[in-house]
Design a protein around this ligand. Structure first.
Ligand SMILES: Cc1cc2nc3c(=O)[nH]c(=O)nc-3n(C[C@H](O)[C@H](O)[C@H](O)COP(=O)(O)O)c2cc1C
Length: 189
């Protein structure tokens, strides 16, 4: 079951924007992150939730989508995320956040997948712009934005070819292809 969930949990970047996500759903997802591992159990992560169109529209312009899909500027109006979870690091709790936010992000994305949602972890963020747009206090470092919604695209996993190229790509039918390295190529000892 976990393998199935992980297989289904792809990065989706186009959504049925009209399908709402309830704030309570976002809270349930953050609760999964809350219960996840944290270095020294310091739990320095804090979260901002967004599921209203007005707030969503303040976040969207500060995100960069799919750098390998050159010529695609990200999802168009109508295919944008219905919600976001912004992962912050509280510098009053810790000066470094290690990989806590990566673990939290994966817990949230797996929980979203289980709920029939999907999304994308985004680290390419205009952090100053997002901070200003939402009035995020300086004490919080902006670590990741998780874009969420009901996926409106097909994503398939394939095997990295002899060239070793790991770039994802989109075919003429709009299917998104994600090459993954083979198991024997990543176990080195
Ligand atoms: C830490 C991290 C940061 C990422 N940042 C971005 C990003 O800024 N923009 C984006 O479109 N995708 C981003 N992604 C999604 C990756 O491109 C995606 O995970 C990768 O293409 C593999 O696809 P998959 O998630 O379906 O396996 C990020 C993923 C991770 C784990």
């Amino acid at each position: 079951m976990l393998r199935d969930l992980i297989l289904k949990n792809r990065s989706y970047r186009r959504f049925y924007q009209e399908v709402d996500i309830k704030r309570d759903n976002l809270r349930e997802l953050v609760d999964l992150a809350r219960l996840s591992p944290s270095a020294r159990n310091a739990q320095p992560l804090k979260y901002i939730l967004s599921c209203e169109p007005k707030r969503n529209s303040l976040i969207f312009p500060h995100l960069a989508w799919a750098q390998y899909l050159t010529g695609w500027g990200g999802p168009c109006e109508g295919e944008r995320p219905s919600g976001y979870i912004i992962i912050l690091g509280d510098t009053k709790i810790s000066g470094s956040f290690g990989c806590d936010h990566g673990i939290a992000a994966q817990s949230i994305m797996l929980g979203a997948t289980e709920k029939g949602l999907g999304g994308c972890i985004i680290a390419s963020i205009d952090r100053d712009g997002l901070r200003k747009a939402l009035g995020i206090p300086e004490r919080y470092e902006i670590l990741l934005v998780l874009a969420l919604g009901k996926p409106k695209e097909t994503v398939v996993i394939e095997t990295v070819g002899a060239s070793g190229d790991t770039k994802y790509w989109r075919d003429s039918d709009g299917v998104h292809h994600v090459p993954k390295r083979q198991l024997d190529d990543i176990i080195v000892g």
